[in-house]
Write a protein that binds this ligand. Sequence first.
Ligand SMILES: Cc1cc2nc3c(=O)[nH]c(=O)nc-3n(C[C@H](O)[C@H](O)[C@H](O)COP(=O)(O)OP(=O)(O)OC[C@H]3O[C@@H](n4cnc5c(N)ncnc54)[C@H](O)[C@@H]3O)c2cc1C
Length: 233
Amino acid sequence: MGESYATAFRMKAACERVTGFRFDKPAGYRFAPGQHFRLTLTTLGGDQTRTFSHASSPLDPFLEMATRLTGSPFKVALGDLVRGDEAAIDGPHGGFVVPAGAGQLCLLAGGVGITPARSIVRDAEQRRSGLRIRLFYGNHDQACIPYSGEFAEYERKDRRFKVVHVLEDPLPGWAGERGLITADILRRYVDPLDGWCFFVSGPPGMVSAMRDVLGELSVPSERISAEEFAGYG
Ligand SMILES: Cc1cc2nc3c(=O)[nH]c(=O)nc-3n(C[C@H](O)[C@H](O)[C@H](O)COP(=O)(O)OP(=O)(O)OC[C@H]3O[C@@H](n4cnc5c(N)ncnc54)[C@H](O)[C@@H]3O)c2cc1C
């Protein structure tokens, strides 16, 4: 669908580095989990557009996105939105979607790259799709892991869903995986690797590193989908 206007409201910051925003869903707006949209705002530098993955699921009555407020003119305008302000939304776009017939998903997300993965997981849980999902979620430390409470809740309710947190530089007391997502970590939780579809989302550097990891594991390229958050270095 083309451009439509939605009113915005800001959510409580998930943590210091990531803030969520919700928009009323424009009438007739439909998307598949994992797709993205383009948001245009009037900034001090004129109208500017950025791309965001849907973080919400199609069943949610609102559109949700999550981002880092970097101080760019666009993000200042985003942070200044108040309930009722209008924003132009153009979407949905993109093919980062679960293929029909897929039964096992392995999601690899880095930082704010969690947004399309959260949409896919939330949709699967809301619909009780029966999908088997392993989410490998890389972050810096325990202080900022957006949606971690929700993922923990899904894990409690659904034995087919598992989240593996991998923290680059964890605060003291962390007993989980540390460093970056590696082939060894994937092997520990997904064995055998056959039959899984791999979805990678995050900044370009992370996506490229994950392609190398999946190459090391000889995962065929047709079983790998990637969403690069161009604009994050
Ligand atoms: C498919 C996809 C999905 C994404 N999903 C998310 C998401 O869910 N959450 C998230 O935080 N980010 C996401 N991003 C990245 C997002 O679009 C921004 O690039 C990022 O948030 C940084 O924006 P900024 O304004 O903070 O930084 P800036 O440094 O100001 O801008 C980032 C980039 O935007 C480009 N740009 C600058 N000015 C303009 C302009 N006037 N019009 C258009 N482009 C311009 C530049 O090439 C620059 O490299 C996604 C990107 C893609 C491609």
